[in-house]
Write a protein that binds this ligand. Structure first.
Ligand code: 13P
Ligand code: ZN
Length: 273
């Protein structure tokens, strides 16, 4: 039987880590990634998991994730190392029957714990599972420089950020039609940041944490990476535009709104007023 290391979802997880590291979004142990594994993906490998570990409290209760399995990066582990040594840098965790505790069933072979942002990942998986009828499975947190830079110069307001980023590339309102949510600075890994992010993720797929990074949700690895990439590229263009003395012309709210029909997306009209 083949090793779980060669499973398609494990390889795709490692590829995202590698691609995101190569983009410069994951210095040192910066950022984290989680994937809600499909039953059929895990089934062939159940004999390679170990179910004798202790359940530990998550810190939040995620009832609709009970008995689910997640692949997650380890706390303090580097995205840079995931592809070459996945078994020591990531873990598969199982959520218990109550949705309030987890245990490691595979990975982190030389010790460690899941990302310190686990409560935020799981509470947001819970909401996205419900809101997308199970479609969304990936949550990614990165530290992309241009988006972080903008949190020092733009007002920390979801509408302002969404409009500015939408205007930077015509594809942006199509890729993130609900806009981005923006949160002020908060302590990473805290219950507070988890709950505030959860409020915003009900509406948006992208949340910007001021002076820290970006939190994205998507259906699969490509879509989630692509979303992070699009947001960060738009931010890079805006940084360049501001460095060149600011906009002299741009897309109007009507221009942005006119993309909804042809591209069959529901652009957030609250942000077009
Ligand atoms: P972890 O190493 O615990 O995943 O933390 C990295 C991070 O980016 C926290 O926000
Ligand atoms: Zn972070």
């Amino acid at each position: 039987m083949s090793s779980i290391i060669d499973a398609g979802f494990v390889k795709a997880f490692a590829k995202l880590c590698d691609d995101a590291y190569n983009k410069g979004w994951h210095e040192r142990n910066g950022g984290n990634l989680s994937y809600r594994i499909k039953d059929e993906e895990l089934k062939p490998y159940l004999s390679q998991l170990s179910f004798d570990g202790e359940f530990k409290p998550i810190g939040v209760t995620v009832e609709n994730l009970k008995n689910e399995f997640f692949l997650v990066t380890g706390s303090g582990k580097y995205f840079q190392n995931v592809k070459a040594d996945i078994e020591n840098n990531v873990a598969i965790i199982e959520i218990d029957e109550s949705g309030s505790a987890y245990r490691i069933v595979w990975g982190l072979a030389s010790g460690g714990v899941p990302t310190s942002e686990l409560p935020t990942h799981l509470i947001n998986h819970s909401i996205k599972k419900e809101k997308t009828n199970g479609l969304h499975r990936v949550i990614m947190h990165s530290h992309p420089a241009n988006t972080i830079a903008l949190t020092f110069v733009l007002p920390l307001d979801s509408k302002v950020f969404s409009r500015e980023l939408w205007e930077m590339m015509t594809e942006c309102p199509i890729v993130f039609p609900r806009g981005v949510g923006v949160l002020p600075w908060m302590v990473p890994g805290s219950a507070d940041i988890a709950l505030k992010t959860a409020e915003l993720i009900k509406v948006h797929d992208v949340i910007i944490w001021a002076h820290h990074g970006v939190f994205c949700s998507g259906a699969d690895f490509d879509e989630t990476f692509g979303l992070m990439h699009t947001v960060e590229k738009a931010a890079e263009i805006l940084v360049k535009v501001l460095s060149c003395g600011g906009k002299r012309q741009t897309m109007s709210a009507d221009d942005i709104g006119s993309l909804s029909g042809p591209y069959k997306v529901n652009i957030n009209t609250d942000f077009l007023k």
